[in-house]
Design a binder for this molecule. Structure first.
Ligand SMILES: Nc1ncnc2c1ncn2[C@@H]1O[C@H](COP(=O)(O)OP(=O)(O)O)[C@@H](O)[C@H]1O
Ligand code: SF4
Ligand SMILES: [Mg+2]
Length: 371
């Protein structure tokens, strides 16, 4: 097949129809939150030079990001530091406004919803539970406040509602925790309280930005297992933001890899991790900790991520890519489908792949992954 132009094109004749089990799977995990073509450019003030203010620099932090979060599924967003993961999470949480693009919650454009209504449904869990909890307030205060704001419990119902929240994050008996201040808890307990606080609003979506990276290795798995239980038992749609592709493979159902503000690969997590199709994903995997490898591989060995003020033309990975071709330096690669539900934005797949859009609205979206 000849190489496709930059615009994404459906190739319906070459796409297979989804199987019955894939269709059933998609029905039982309906899309709750969608991002369509999200772009975020930050304006950075520049210092004055010889009395003249220089034009504001623009940081191209996220471009053309399409994501969907489904009920009862975990979608991982993976990439190096500075690749735009937190920007995407903050856009989805309505903490920053997109430069362009759309966010759809339960089929409704988010811009048409009030911020309280949106926040009730979409809650964020941050990396550092210590700084996200107020050091002078007790656990009870942290949980009662959102219960009150979102009218989830009356005054007389409050103690039971707080105890139920603590039980959902496996902290009990409640009497042992309600009066404690954040510094009286372990890191893992603090993150559980932060998750309980997010649950207090009764959300359908949890956006967890590096929720385990500041915790001791010994307690990380417990937090991931708790999130997995919330997915499986309560049907929450979860975005798991991480730089650790190994934990994304373990925990997430689908995975999207970002590089320098752009999505580069997306698909079922196992397929992305075990049969990665993008050279950057392959590099991330080689750098991931492996107990069988004596020496860790450093990503720095192939250079660092590019400036997002002046990102490279064409494929943003081309300055570091061992397989870069002329075309890569000039043209942004579209997504090519490499397997059902699995696509990579890389010209290496132009010959055998089918150019598709990963936009949830586009007809050329990769076929649904097996449920
Ligand atoms: N408020 C901001 N103003 C200007 N630049 C920002 C701001 N927040 C993030 N950035 C820049 O956007 C890029 C992506 O950052 P971020 O989304 O935090 O990446 P990640 O979470 O993957 O580490 C980085 O270059 C970062 O410096
Ligand atoms: S498009 Fe080119 S530079 Fe980019 S990852 Fe593929 S081969 Fe490498
Ligand atoms: Mg981040």
């Amino acid at each position: 097949m000849p190489e496709e132009p930059i615009s994404t094109v459906p190739a319906t004749s070459e796409r297979r129809e989804p199987t019955a089990s894939e269709v059933d799977g998609a029905r039982s995990h309906p899309v709750v939150l969608e991002a369509r073509g999200l772009v975020k450019h930050y304006r950075q003030r520049q210092a004055r030079q010889r009395g003249h203010r220089r034009a504001a620099a623009v940081v191209h932090a996220a471009e053309d990001v399409d994501l969907e979060l489904r009920a009862g599924r975990v979608a991982a967003l993976v990439g190096e530091s500075g690749s735009g993961k937190s920007t995407v999470a903050r856009l989805l949480a309505h903490l920053v406004r997109p430069t362009s693009g759309e966010i759809i919650l339960d089929g409704r454009p988010a811009v048409r919803m009030g911020s309280r209504e949106y926040r009730r449904m979409v809650q964020m869990v941050f990396q550092d539970p210590f700084s996200s909890l107020n050091p002078v307030h007790s656990v009870a205060y942290h949980l009662e406040r959102p219960l009150k704001i979102h009218h989830r419990a009356t005054k007389s119902e409050m103690p039971d509602a707080v105890a139920r929240l603590l039980a959902r994050v496996q902290l009990g008996p409640a009497s042992q925790y309600v009066g404690k201040l954040p510094h009286e808890l372990s890191g893992g307990q603090r993150q559980r309280v932060a998750i309980a606080r997010a649950l207090a609003a009764g959300p359908r979506v949890l956006l967890a930005d590096e929720p385990i990276s500041m915790l001791d290795v010994s307690i990380r798995l417990g937090i991931l297992n708790l999130l997995a239980e919330l997915r499986d038992e309560e049907g929450l749609a979860i975005l798991y933001v991480t730089h650790d592709i190994a934990s994304a493979r373990y925990f997430a159902d689908t995975m999207t890899v970002m590089y320098a503000g752009r999505m580069v690969e997306t698909g079922p997590s196992r397929a992305v991790a075990d049969e990665s199709a993008h050279p950057y994903t392959q590099l991330l995997l080689r750098a991931a900790p492996d107990p069988d490898r004596a020496q860790p591989v450093h990503l720095g060995a192939t250079g660092g991520p590019p400036s997002l003020v002046h990102p490279p033309a064409g494929c943003r990975f081309h300055p570091r890519c061992p397989a870069a071709m002329d075309r890569c330096r000039r043209e942004v690669p579209p997504f090519f489908q490499v397997a059902p539900g699995h696509a990579a934005a890389c010209w290496l797949h132009a010959a055998e792949g089918v150019a598709v859009s990963v936009s949830p609205t586009a007809t050329g979206r990769p076929d649904p992954s097996p449920a």
